[in-house]
Design a protein around this ligand. Structure first.
Ligand SMILES: C[S@@+](CC[C@H](N)C(=O)[O-])C[C@H]1O[C@@H](n2cnc3c(N)ncnc32)[C@H](O)[C@@H]1O
Length: 246
């Protein structure tokens, strides 16, 4: 399963990198995200780990906020785009290849672990959270941003909107959005299908002994044009959940 997931993301790396370019270069798009990160992380000079960094989307926003950032991902293709983006943006993020469930870092190496749009697709979310806790210093925070998108296409209206959205992306962004979609085999193996989140995430964090659990049920970061609304409006908003290592 993990190998198939890695293959999927490597095949999608070019298209995914294209899809986040606006975010990397538009201060207006980054501003609401940066404000949330500052709200949750504070302004101290922290060393952060971005798990499942992809082309570096979140890692770069955190670096621009002044944090020292390391990004980890198991897809080499994603990482080579991240390294190129790092050069273009003139930032100093350190990227490393590694598995979210078996991180290549020492115990207590980071002040906080951030992960956006990744936990839904790991093979064992409990193992991942245990591993994220291992690399955190005591008092450090884990911050998970994710969504319930896999249960999103339940009504006919949403299914049709989803199909039209793929077509609009193909035409307006000239990238293949179909590489982004999991096939039925991969979908079947996802732990999050039929699971209520962030309720499940809260249980994972509590079971791992995290304290001061904080949840934003709907992260409001969309500053979208009408076209972007047509493409993404059927999707639920992301949630954020954080916890502190006791
Ligand atoms: C939807 S992308 C999110 C990328 C980035 N965090 C963002 O917010 O744009 C998911 C990323 O997680 C990575 N990923 C998925 N499972 C992983 C695992 N077990 N270990 C490391 N990376 C993983 C994929 O390679 C991909 O780059």
């Amino acid at each position: 399963m993990k190998e198939a997931i890695e293959k999927h993301w490597s095949a999608d790396a070019g298209s995914y990198n294209k899809s986040i370019q606006k975010m990397l270069h538009s201060e207006e798009t980054k501003r609401p995200w940066k404000s949330i990160f500052t709200q949750v992380l504070g302004t101290d000079n922290l060393h952060l780990l971005d798990v499942g960094t992809g082309p570096g989307t979140v890692a770069f926003m955190l670096a621009e906020l002044g944090y020292r950032v390391t990004g980890v991902d198991f897809s080499e293709k994603m990482l080579s785009n991240a390294i190129r983006n790092n050069e273009i943006l003139g930032l100093d993020v350190n990227f490393k290849k590694g598995d979210a469930e078996n991180l290549p870092f020492a115990d207590e190496a980071f002040d906080a672990v951030v992960s956006r749009y990744v936990l839904w697709t790991v093979t064992d979310p409990r193992k991942a959270i245990m591993e994220w806790k291992r690399v955190l210093k005591p008092g450090g925070k884990v911050i998970i941003i994710d969504g319930n998108w896999n249960g999103n296409k339940t009504t006919l209206k949403k299914q049709i909107w989803h199909e039209l959205s793929l077509l609009m992306t193909l035409i307006t962004e000239r990238r293949n959005p179909y590489t982004h979609e999991y096939g039925p085999e991969l979908k079947k193996g996802l732990w999050c299908i039929g699971t209520k989140r962030p309720d499940a995430d809260k249980i994972f964090l509590e079971e791992e002994g995290f304290v001061d659990i904080y949840i934003i049920k709907e992260v409001d970061t969309r500053r979208q044009t009408f076209l972007e609304y047509l493409k993404n409006g059927y999707l639920d908003k992301s949630f954020l959940i954080s916890g502190t290592k006791a």
